[in-house]
Design a protein around this ligand. Structure first.
Ligand SMILES: Nc1ncnc2c1ncn2[C@@H]1O[C@H](COP(=O)(O)OP(=O)(O)OP(=O)(O)O)[C@@H](O)[C@H]1O
Ligand SMILES: [Mg+2]
Length: 280
């Protein structure tokens, strides 16, 4: 019997730079609500691909479908047509695997539960042991600057602190994707600045993928890697602005005075004005 031949040497091509992983892929999404008397055309032909680690802001006039878009990603609304995948799965599969955390516009905390027990609630539902729930809650509350407030009740906190509790709750089960719908909309400028700074640090340290809804141009430019400008209803994408090429990833509030920041803010404003109808 002939001796076994060694396997021929094959040349392995040098490893290519890995393509950024797509976390959310939205293709030709259209959504029409069937209201009692007439259809409401909320979204029209929206396509958007969001890579791992992106911080995407959605900005557009009231009623243009920003919340609707987030709700589709979160499997809280069904598209009329088009396709959406989250982590390569359907939104339903992603929801069942707890791929995302959702921060609603209002903090939506339970007043009879302490701050810590609000944060541990999703972990209780997941069946994690008590010691681990407490440890995770404390870690996340520390990340949002609320160490020492674990035993307080939500009504003992300011609005900004309550929002931070809801961010901690969304982070507690370590989702890849964080959906935030105008989390700082009701806060004063200075608190908002402070939370923007905390959020950008949190994002840099956790490398989560974020989709963030805002009506503030400055907030969108400050936080985002990309800004998606939407038209009035039915919401379409008018412009996608890349901030990463212009601004460093690590940002401090004084960056808002820079010409690059102003240039991006101007382009967002132009997009919003172009899409806006002044007829009504
Ligand atoms: N369940 C529903 N049934 C019927 N119409 C709806 C429903 N939910 C939202 N809409 C309509 O769809 C459109 C888009 O709503 P959506 O809440 O997504 O807007 P938005 O961009 O988040 O607005 P805002 O900036 O005011 O929060 C609006 O005209 C709204 O009235
Ligand atoms: Mg909304």
């Amino acid at each position: 019997m002939p001796a076994a031949q060694p396997a021929p040497l094959t040349l392995v091509p040098p490893a290519a730079e890995p393509a950024p992983r797509t976390i959310v892929d939205i293709r030709n999404l259209t959504l029409t609500y069937q209201a009692a008397d007439h259809p409401v055309y909320a979204l029209s032909d929206v396509s958007l691909s969001i890579a791992k680690g992106d911080f995407i802001s959605l900005i557009g006039p009231s009623g243009c479908g920003k919340t609707t878009l987030m709700r589709v990603v979160a499997d809280l609304e069904q598209p009329t047509s088009g396709e959406v995948t989250v982590n390569g799965m359907t939104p339903e599969q992603a929801r069942l695997k707890r791929a995302y955390g959702y921060v609603f516009q209002a903090p939506a905390l339970y007043p009879w539960r302490t701050v810590e027990r609000n944060v541990t609630l999703p972990l209780e539902i997941m069946g994690l042991p008590k010691a681990e729930r407490q440890q995770r809650a404390r870690e996340q509350l520390g990340l949002v600057g609320l160490s020492g407030f674990e035993r307080k009740f939500p009504w003992q906190l300011s609005g900004g602190m309550q929002q931070r509790v809801s961010i901690a709750r969304a982070l507690a089960f370590n989702p890849d994707l964080l959906l935030m719908d105008e989390p700082f909309g009701a806060l004063d400028e200075i608190t908002r600045d402070h939370l923007n700074l905390q959020l950008t640090r949190l994002w840099l340290s956790t490398r989560k993928t974020c989709i963030f809804v805002t009506h503030s141009i400055a907030e969108a430019v400050f936080l985002s890697t990309r800004i998606v400008v939407m038209s009035p209803r039915p919401g379409r994408i008018l412009d996608v602005i890349d901030c990463d090429g212009e601004l460093p990833r690590e940002r401090t509030l004084d960056i808002r005075e820079s010409p690059e920041f102003q240039r991006i803010a101007h382009r967002v404003r132009e997009g919003l004005m172009e899409g806006h109808s002044y007829d009504d």
